[in-house]
Design a protein around this ligand. Structure first.
Ligand code: KG4
Ligand code: ZN
Length: 334
């Protein structure tokens, strides 16, 4: 299987993506069509519109991915698709396309977990050394995942309310910044000369769980108070205070988990891995703790089908194929 070619499809949220991956490592093509511009005016992803846009573009995106790979359909060994979690209507579009292709080409179908995809995006650029720990931070997820060995996941911590990216987007919205707000807050925070001090949610002393809704409320309270008193809001200082709180909690808990589980490698994955504050703090702390930090390039951190192909390759090696009655599962567990 070392040179097996996988055509992977990802439609769990607002990116329609198809990729061709050879040997689990080599990206022959990775076409991503973002719907951000469409959802921007609503301030978030509208599920109904997302499904419709996936339907409109999926065949074109798949065609383009095959074309850019330089290979023909007969060269493809398996079709991989995101089975969940995600928006159910959006997932179904990718799943129907994947099943049709698997059936027509008479090749295996591999249902893949979206978070496994974010984690194994790292395999496209580095080699994972087990046991490893992944910090998955995106618009829909905040999880600390222990990887004892390949394909074995244990979620040791997760958010109890908002995902990190979701908190970023909500704070950005309160500051009237465009959607998605994460990159705008990141930029504002970098420009700040000072930081407004905000609370940190540590939860129970031994817990690896996270909570960001209290922090988000604290930010909204600062904004409302300043507006009520008709004072000028130092938006940059607020953005920096918010980012510092998020970063400190993420970094502290990740490094405590690294020590507790004796891992030598931390994988940062998901869209929020692009955050400069988080990258810088993790880089520092991992260096002092002599832990190697792996971060895929930004294009592989945000939703894309190449990462799904990378995760599916490991299933292909073990012949973990799916039936053609595969169902989309918005709450699929890892
Ligand atoms: O992984 P992703 O593309 O989609 C999901 O699976 O959710 O992550 C998107 C999230 C959005 O919430 C976006 O605001 C956030 O990642 N994000 C950032 C940055 N770039 C993207 N958050 C903070 N700082 C950034 N630089
Ligand atoms: Zn994602």
């Amino acid at each position: 299987f070392s040179n097996a070619v996988i055509l992977a499809i990802e439609t769990s949220c607002d990116e329609t993506s198809a990729a061709v991956i050879r040997g689990g490592k080599e990206i022959l093509s990775n076409v991503v069509s973002s719907q951000i511009e469409i959802h921007e005016r609503f301030g978030g992803v509208v599920p109904e519109i997302a499904s419709r846009k996936h339907v409109e573009s999926i065949t074109l995106i798949i065609e383009q991915a095959v074309k850019e790979s330089g290979l023909a359909l007969k060269d493809i060994s398996a079709i991989a698709v995101t089975q969940g979690p995600g928006l159910v209507g959006a997932l179904l579009v990718g799943i129907v396309a994947a099943k049709s292709m698997a059936m027509a080409l008479e090749i295996p179908l591999i249902g893949t977990h979206h978070i496994a995809g974010h984690i194994y995006a790292n395999e496209l650029v580095h080699d994972i050394v087990y046991p490893s720990l992944a910090l998955v931070v995106s618009g829909g997820h905040t999880e600390l995942v222990l990887l004892e060995r390949e394909g074995v996941f244990q979620i040791i911590g997760r958010t109890r309310d908002d995902a990190v990216g979701e908190a970023y987007d909500k704070v950005a919205r309160a500051l009237r910044l465009p959607y998605p707000g994460g990159p705008h807050i990141d930029k504002l925070a970098a420009e700040a000369e000072e930081a407004i001090s905000l609370p940190r949610a540590w939860l129970e002393a031994d817990s690896f769980d996270f909570s960001f809704s209290g922090l988000k409320s604290a930010v909204l309270a600062v904004i409302n108070q300043t507006r009520m008193k008709r004072l000028e809001l130092n938006e940059a200082a607020l953005a920096r205070g918010f980012q510092e709180s998020v970063t400190e909690v993420l970094v502290t808990k990740s490094l405590r988990a690294v020590r507790q589980y004796g891992v030598k490698q931390l994988l940062l994955c998901g869209g929020v891995a692009a955050n400069r504050g988080l990258r810088a703090a993790l880089t520092d702390h991992c260096a002092s703790a002599e832990v190697s930090l792996l971060i895929p390039p930004n294009s592989l951190c945000t939703d894309n089908a190449a990462m799904i192909g990378a995760a599916a390759h490991l299933k292909l090696k073990r012949k973990q194929f799916s039936d053609l009655d595969l169902k989309g599962d918005p709450g699929l567990s890892l």
